[in-house]
Every structure is written in structure tokens, then in C-alpha cells.
Design a protein around this ligand. Structure first.
Ligand SMILES: Nc1ncnc2c1ncn2[C@@H]1O[C@H](COP(=O)(O)OP(=O)(O)OP(=O)(O)O)[C@@H](O)[C@H]1O
Length: 227
């Protein structure tokens, strides 16, 4: 039986006073891989921000991984962020510490205490993205694709039900994009849901999946033509 992981009903999204997206109705089931496409400025990032609690939901109703977005309180946001993993276009790794310490920082900040468990979890997530041998390096000592794989590992630390990836391949060349995409698809094959905003139509054609489009202040599902 399918289980809803994201549900939005009659949602409108604003940046300051201006309406970005209106009357959104959609559902994402557990285990789905969903793309979010649309032109620059069409509202993809605003949509993502609403889902991870960065933009408050002020119109309509919505829930994500069991949290009610309409009534979400500031102090609940860290708990929401433990159940979702977020991946950004620009990786957002801390430049002044190693890969391992980047991951250590997140585990500490999310309440992990036991040194052995911390180190085991760091190894596990780095293994998943094939970066276990490079944990001692600093972000500037690895490539963009590797930095993004580490950012994905960081998103996996607390075993989230859903990964929100906002243009994760936006700064990568086509071949590296495919490598990062394969990592995301493997994660999805293990049961975690993924919502990925992208401009990269080549990836969509190569790996077709359910696709939502932001256009003319609406969000709707589009049926992909097979290549
Ligand atoms: N912090 C902000 N304050 C005011 N307006 C904003 C802010 N962020 C975005 N907007 C506006 O909201 C609209 C949607 O922007 P958004 O960044 O969500 O689009 P996008 O589809 O993610 O674009 P891109 O593909 O370029 O990242 C745009 O008109 C933008 O100018």
C-alpha cells in the first residue's frame, strides 16, 4: 500500500508579498523518485524551501514526513530536518574542516554522542557514496562531483525518509552529473524517496521518472515523452 510522504492541498507560495506558485495540489508517495522542473524563476527553489521549512506555509495545507507545514513551529524545524536530507547545487560543505569532520559536525549537532557510533555512521554513509577513502581530505582537495557525493552522504546521516535535492547537478559536467544521479538512484532503490529540482533535461531523458513542472505559477505533473 502506498504511503504519502508529502501532501499539499490548495497551497500558494509567496516570496515577500509576491505570489510565486498558486493552488498547488500534489502527493508524493514513499519510495518515489520525483523530478521538479521549470524555467529559472518559475519557483522551484521556493517550492523546495517551503517543504524544508525555510519559507512558511501561509496558504493552503500541507504535510511532509509527518510534519504539518501550516502549524510548523521554529523549534520543530531541526526535527523536520532530521527526517529529510537536503542537497544543494553548491554543496555547502564547511571549507575549514575535513570531510569526516563535516559529517561529525552534523551528527554532533543532531544529538549523536557515542564516539564509536558516530565513526561507524560516518564510514557507512561515505561507503554509500564511494568516498570512504577520502574522508581525511578537505573539500577543496576533492572534485566538484566528489564534493556533491559527500553532500549526499551528509544528507543520509540521519537516515531520512526523503531527500530534497535542489539542482544537485547544476555545477557539474554531464559525466559527473550522471555519476551523482546514479548515487541518488541507488539511494532511491533502497527505499528512500527523492524530490529533485533540475534543469538537466538530459538526465530526465536518461532516467525517466515522475515529473512535476512549475510553470505560470502552477505546479502540475507532466508526462514525459519516451526518447
Ligand atoms: N528571497 C527572495 N525574496 C524575494 N523574492 C524572491 C526571493 N527568492 C526568490 N524570489 C522570487 O521568487 C520567484 C521564484 O524564484 P525561485 O528561486 O523559487 O525560482 P527557481 O525556479 O528556483 O529559479 P532558478 O532555477 O533560477 O533557481 C522569482 O520571481 C524570484 O525573483
Amino acid at each position: 500500500m502506498s504511503e504519502l510522504i508529502v501532501e499539499l492541498n490548495n497551497v500558494s507560495i509567496f516570496q515577500k508579498e509576491s505570489l510565486v506558485l498558486s493552488d498547488i495540489n500534489l502527493a508524493i508517495n514513499k519510495g518515489e523518485f520525483v523530478y521538479l522542473i521549470g524555467k529559472t524563476g518559475s519557483g522551484k527553489s521556493s517550492f523546495m524551501k517551503t517543504l524544508y521549512g525555510d519559507l512558511p506555509l501561509t496558504q493552503g495545507s500541507g504535510s511532509i514526513v509527518g510534519f504539518d507545514l501550516r502549524t510548523l513551529k521554529e523549534k520543530e524545524i531541526p526535527f523536520l530536518r532530521r527526517k529529510i536530507g537536503i542537497v544543494f547545487q553548491d554543496f555547502k560543505l564547511l571549507p575549514d574542516r575535513t570531510i569526516q569532520d563535516n559529517l561529525f559536525f552534523v551528527l554532533k549537532a543532531t544529538g549523536w554522542k557515542d564516539k564509536n557510533e558516530i565513526s561507524k555512521r560516518i564510514d557507512e554513509v561515505l561507503e554509500k557514496v564511494d568516498m570512504k577513502t577520502k574522508g581525511f581530505k578537505f573539500p577543496h582537495q576533492i572534485s566538484g562531483g566528489e564534493q556533491q557525493r559527500v553532500a549526499i552522504a551528509r544528507a543520509l546521516l540521519n537516515d531520512p525518509e526523503l531527500i530534497l535535492a535542489d539542482e544537485p547537478t547544476g555545477n557539474l559536467d554531464p559525466q559527473t552529473s550522471v555519476e551523482v544521479m546514479k548515487v541518488l538512484r541507488d539511494i532511491n532503490a533502497n527505499g528512500q524517496s527523492i524530490l529533485m529540482a533540475t534543469h538537466d533535461y538530459a538526465l530526465l531523458l536518461k532516467y525517466p521518472s515522475k515529473t512535476l513542472k512549475c510553470d505560470g505559477s502552477k505546479v502540475f505533473e507532466v508526462v514525459q515523452k519516451s526518447a
